[in-house]
Design a protein around this ligand. Structure first.
Ligand code: ATP
Ligand code: MG
Length: 412
């Protein structure tokens, strides 16, 4: 195994160094770069100041095989990144007519000032990094033995540009190619749970890197194909439906499982307040698999919309196996979907009791001709987190029921 190449990150903007905004780029890019087997040796935030910028860039280039600059590509005079990169590369800035046309099209109707022309410039000999989400493209090129990649500051532009272009740029440095990597996704696990699982399933020379997102952990494995496959197979046995091959999302997984069976799903949501329905309908084409749903929040709505008997609610409470099952079955019977999914829980911060603490969530899945499956989960976190985790769990638990996958209990 060769020595890891070194990477440096420079975030530019006086808003950062004056504490007006909080940097989020380092966490994102550093975890990606680490997953690509680079070692991040420095990550700095600097103000829009030419002398400081020059000094930091020179140091980073001296120290690293890959340097990423984030921000400062705007049209105004405090946006210095283009000029400083061009100085450091010893290459003049070049104007790209096709980029300028693109910018003009984006601004159609509005007047563009001459200063916007700056955004169509990059150092001679550098390649452009297209920006599908904003005005200014990024660019990349070699300065001595260092690869410099420059990306715009807004996260909605930087992130997709990074994910799409930086891995293949960095491939030349790390000497690994895409087919030497396997991707996987873990759900509803803490990073430490996943790390333990990796350690327990270790195979040969496989190494791993993780990227933690809101509702999932995307990981990659490097090493011989047989070892990577072996590790994934062991993980699947250990973690069941909580781990999947590839870079996958819960609503997509469920939609595909429904589509493959020609099934329509309906949802009855209490504590998630429609989040499940939102995530299902975020997917284009979801009308083929998602019938719709009800938000049955009060007990009265559970009775009226889902036909639950008052007796069940009175005896077991709204957050219970019995109620979640009645919700899912009532949904299917009244509205006639193939699959009925219910979520009912205590999202907090109030309303917890010793036997049903905040974070207790029941999920039930009713299917035609099958016994209704129900599971209780206990989620930590704020109201918002509990609601999100409940919706993820409902998507995955439903999919696992359809696929006949194990869904092992885990304390997280
Ligand atoms: P623009 O053309 O939009 O000005 P830019 O490349 O010049 O793009 P900046 O001006 O540096 O980028 O940043 C634009 C916005 O992006 C900032 O106002 C801030 O909201 C966000 N941003 C910049 N850097 C970071 C960072 N390190 N972390 C989080 N957000 C950032
Ligand atoms: Mg700017």
């Amino acid at each position: 195994v060769s020595e890891r190449k070194r990477a440096g990150i420079i975030c530019v903007g006086t808003e950062l160094t004056e504490g007006i905004i909080q940097d989020t780029h380092v966490r994102f890019m550093a975890s990606e770069l680490t997953a690509m087997r680079l070692q991040v040796v420095r990550a700095v935030q600097i103000p829009d100041s030419a002398p400081i910028f020059r000094a930091e860039l020179a140091r980073a280039i001296a120290d690293c095989e890959l340097v990423i600059i984030a921000g400062g590509l705007g049209p105004t005079s405090d946006d210095l990144t283009r000029e400083i990169a061009s100085e450091e590369a010893g290459m003049p800035l070049e104007f790209h007519e096709e980029v300028w046309k693109g910018i003009q099209e984006r601004f159609r109707g509005r007047t563009l000032s001459e200063t916007n022309r700056k955004q169509a410039m990059s150092p001679r000999g550098f390649g452009l990094i297209p920006n599908a989400y904003g005005t200014a493209p990024g660019f990349h090129g070699m300065i001595g033995k260092t690869l410099l990649a420059v990306l715009p500051g807004p996260p909605a532009e930087l992130r997709p540009m990074f994910l799409r272009y930086v891995p293949s740029l960095a491939q030349g440095l790390t000497g690994t190619s895409a087919d030497e990597v396997s991707w996987g996704t873990a759900f509803m696990l803490a990073e430490s749970n996943l790390e333990e699982a990796f350690q327990g399933c270790r195979k040969g020379e496989v190494s791993w890197g993780t990227r933690v997102e809101d509702d999932r952990i995307v990981f990659n494995l490097r090493g011989a194909v047989a070892d990577r496959d072996g590790l994934l197979a062991d993980l699947e046995i250990l973690l069941g439906a909580r781990v999947r091959r590839g870079d996958v999302k819960p609503a997509k997984l469920l939609s595909e499982a429904l589509l493959a069976r020609g099934m329509m799903m309906a949802s009855a949501e209490s504590c998630t307040g429609g989040l499940l329905g939102k995530w299902m309908t975020d997917l284009p084409g979801s009308s083929r698999v998602y019938w719709g749903g009800v938000i049955a929040y009060s007990n009265q709505s559970k009775q009226r919309l889902l036909g639950i008997e008052g007796k069940i609610l009175a005896e077991h409470g709204a957050v219970s196996r019995e109620t979640s099952i009645s919700m899912a079955e009532g949904l299917r019977e009244i509205y006639g979907a193939d699959v009925g999914v219910s979520v009912s829980g205590v999202a907090g911060p109030e309303g917890g009791t010793p036997d049903k603490p905040v974070g207790t969530v029941w999920i039930a899945v009713a299917r035609r001709g099958e016994e209704t499956a129900a599971r209780v989960f206990r989620f930590p976190g704020s109201r918002e987190m509990i609601r999100r985790r409940s919706a993820v769990a409902a998507l995955l638990f439903t999919e696992a029921c359809l696929q006949g996958l194990e869904f092992p209990q885990f304390e997280v």
